[in-house]
Write a protein that binds this ligand. Structure first.
Ligand code: AMP
Length: 214
């Protein structure tokens, strides 16, 4: 299985990717997670990416493409992958096509998570994350038992810098302008699948199961 997840921030791509990984054992590659890990460690990549991320802007294509060229050659990708948050621009999609050709691999599908902007703002402005284990909570809909403390590992709960409302609006604008053109790009390749991501559901697993026969 080689599938791309496309959708605005807060559409649930990461949550659904975790379920797909559990079910099919493929690699989950989240460019946002890789970048955040680099920011945390203070690597040259992290230093380059940090300002863009905190401002809700995309990290430049050449940085992301170089990072993904390395990542997709790693051994755990041999049995398939979910790309969560990549590609996010048409040049990134073209670079991915070129890389797939070079590696003699084929993408199965691009799965579009459909959700409206107001739902995204409500979800993301309340999102809280554990600094230690990455568990995800919501200040209103799924709070921790003890405020500020992770239920799973006792780690510290924080709000991502880019989950503030002004930055969320900026990220949505970037999505509509730079990432939404990928919908036509993959529709043109007959690879586009669509799923309603407004509610919580298992429709992603069902769609993948029925189309890929996985
Ligand atoms: P995410 O966790 O997927 O919402 O990503 C967080 C931030 O990382 C984004 O707002 C961008 O600044 C950056 N980022 C993640 N993936 C990409 C990408 N494919 N291209 C450019 N920037 C990215």
């Amino acid at each position: 299985m080689r599938v791309i997840f496309i959708g605005p921030p807060g559409a649930g791509k990461g949550t659904q990717a975790a379920k797909v990984v559990e079910r099919w054992g493929v690699a989950h590659i989240s460019t946002g997670d890789i970048l955040r890990a680099n920011v945390k460690k203070g690597t040259p990549l992290g230093l380059k990416a940090k300002e863009y991320m905190n401002a809700g802007q995309l990290v430049p294509d050449e940085v992301i493409i170089a990072m993904m060229k390395d990542r997709l050659r790693e051994a755990d990708c041999a049995d398939g992958f979910i790309l969560d948050g990549f590609p996010r621009t048409v040049p990134q999609a073209e670079a991915l096509d070129a890389l797939m050709k070079e590696l003699q691999l084929d993408l199965d599908s691009a799965l579009l998570f459909q959700v409206d902007d107001d739902t995204v703002v409500e979800r993301l402005s309340g999102r809280r994350v554990c600094r230690k284990c990455g568990a995800i909570y919501h200040a209103t809909f799924h709070p921790t038992a003890v405020e500020g403390v992770c239920d799973v590992c006792g780690g510290e709960i924080y709000q991502r810098e880019d989950d503030r409302e002004s930055v969320i609006r900026q990220r949505l604008a970037v999505y509509h302008e730079q990432t939404a053109p990928l919908i036509d790009y993959y529709r043109g390749q007959s690879r586009l699948l669509e799923v309603d991501a407004a509610g919580s559901s298992d429709s992603v697993l069902a769609v993948l199961e029925s189309t890929l026969g996985a």
